[in-house]
Ligand binder design. Structure first.
Ligand code: HEM
Length: 127
């Protein structure tokens, strides 16, 4: 939730998306709070897939590409998740958040976001 507290302007994307959605989309529409846990689950899944890079790339490219359908979304918004994610890890791990662990998570989140960005960039813009 830190993400949306610090970047309140991102909230409007969710509001706009709500208004623009078709009937079909409305059925499986995410609320903002749900999206926060969707993001965390996606990062968690991504980390679990790190031992199989084919599925790692396929999964995160698809998630990145799916953001093409969100009006007003900019690819650089993916980077806004970097610091809140690291803060969440630090809070969760407490004493176990050593410098070494911090470095590992920094590299990991960077790699995940780069992969989301690539998926978004390589997807075709909606027509
Ligand atoms: C690491 C960053 C992010 C991850 C992992 C992520 C993940 C996801 C996933 C898995 C979905 C559902 C995709 C689908 O239905 O196929 C989604 C939908 C969405 N995301 Fe993200 N997202 C991220 C960042 C953002 C940001 C920064 C915004 C903009 C403020 C955003 C806005 C949305 C919106 C508006 C939807 C559609 C909600 C709906 O279906 O009702 N996402 N995201």
């Amino acid at each position: 939730m830190i993400l949306f507290e610090e970047h309140a302007e991102l909230l409007t994307l969710f509001e706009k998306f709500k208004e623009l959605k078709t009937k079909e989309d409305q059925a499986n529409s995410l609320e903002l709070a749900e999206h926060a846990s969707t993001v965390m689950n996606t990062l968690d899944e991504g980390i679990k897939e790190l031992d199989n890079l084919d599925t790692f790339f396929e999964y995160l490219h698809q998630v990145g590409a799916s953001h093409r359908r969100i009006p007003g979304f900019k690819v650089e918004y993916f980077w806004k998740i970097e610091k809140p994610f690291l803060t969440a890890v630090e809070t969760t791990l407490g004493d176990r958040y050593t410098e070494n662990v911090e470095n590992i998570y920094k590299i990991t989140i960077k790699f995940i976001i780069e992969t989301l960005v690539k998926g978004y960039d390589n997807a075709n813009a909606p027509t």
